[in-house]
Design a protein around this ligand. Structure first.
Ligand code: GDP
Length: 298
């Protein structure tokens, strides 16, 4: 991810090397090149506009630093603005005062929710938590089994409807899981919910019903970074239909252009909390805007 953007920006910066100071023309030409690079990377237009306006303003106003040449100054500005657009700070989980802390996952089918549930459970367990995974995706026939496999790999128990009870009611399963967690000293509950291939009202309503039944401390919108501009549209639809506190970006290991990662914070106003970078349970961490910016500018 970001290879093309990275290469493009590198060539923009290298064209500034050797310049004594930046003229208005240099700044405009540079801004134009950065704009093209971002659009090519599939960054949403309003985000590109805002980004470029900031870069121009700062490049014009920047004090002439003796320590940095013009190219270095532009790199510094772009780096700082990238960090800003990616959310500035790392967003940590807000734990409930009275356990269990309830984390609900929502997103389209295939976004990587079930995988992320396992990753998150393992990551939290490694930090001396006692998470419980909850299978409230009863739409897809294999979803419960898949979560059970994840739980096994993560070494974390899974709460699921008993076989033989029919398909079960996801709202009931989610609600009952909280009492189960309290009885069994789980300090965190991670609820996997159903997704569809596209946004639909029934799915939204089910997620909203689960939300109302368990009052999550954190609702995480899980989104595949590979789907480009669609990620932004889906993010908006879930914001309107269910609402969420933060975003988990998956498949950042893919070869997509990275526009979703760069747009989603600005468009939704919600921070990116987690980054998922592979199919293994270890390919997961908190999202660090500064590290991501460095990767882009590497
Ligand atoms: P769900 O339908 O939202 O629960 O999605 P799944 O968790 O079943 O994931 C869908 C597919 O994406 C599976 O084949 C996962 O192995 C794969 N996947 C999930 N997260 C990642 C990731 O970060 N990187 C890659 N390359 N694949 C992922």
């Amino acid at each position: 991810m970001f290879e093309t953007l990275s290469d493009r920006l590198t060539s923009v910066f290298s064209s500034l090397r050797g310049k004594g100071r930046l003229s208005e023309e240099d700044i405009n030409a540079t801004a134009r090149e950065i704009r093209l690079a971002l659009l090519e990377a599939d960054v949403a237009l309003p985000v590109v506009r805002e980004f470029i306006a900031q870069i121009k303003e700062r490049a014009r106003g920047e004090e002439v630093s003796k320590a940095l040449n013009p190219a270095q100054q532009v790199i510094k500005i772009v780096n700082e603005e990238l960090i800003e657009i990616l959310g500035g700070q790392t967003r940590e989980i807000r734990f409930a005062k009275n356990p269990p802390t309830v984390i609900m996952l929502a997103g389209l089918q295939g976004a990587g929710k079930t995988t992320l549930a396992g990753k998150l459970a393992k990551w939290l367990a490694a930090q001396r938590n006692t998470p419980l995974l909850v299978a409230a995706d009863l739409q897809r026939p294999n979803a419960v089994t898949q979560l059970q496999v994840m739980g096994q790999r993560a070494g974390v128990p899974v709460y699921a409807p008993q076989p033989g009870n029919g398909v079960g009611d996801p709202v009931e399963v989610a609600r009952d899981s909280i009492a189960h967690a309290q009885r069994n000293n789980h300090n965190i509950v991670i609820i996997d919910t159903a997704g569809r291939l596209g946004v639909d009202t029934e799915m939204m309503q089910q997620a909203a019903d689960i939300r109302d039944a368990v009052s999550p401390d954190e609702i995480l919108f899980v989104v595949d970074a590979m789907i480009g501009q669609d990620a932004v549209n889906t993010a908006q639809a879930f914001l309107d239909g269910v609402g969420y506190d933060a975003v988990a970006l998956t498949k950042l290991d893919g070869d997509a252009r990275g526009g979703a990662a760069l747009s989603i914070r600005h468009i939704t106003g919600r921070p990116i909390m987690f980054a998922s970078t592979g199919e293994k349970l270890e390919d997961f961490d908190l999202f660090h805007p500064d590290r991501m910016a460095s990767r882009i500018l590497d």
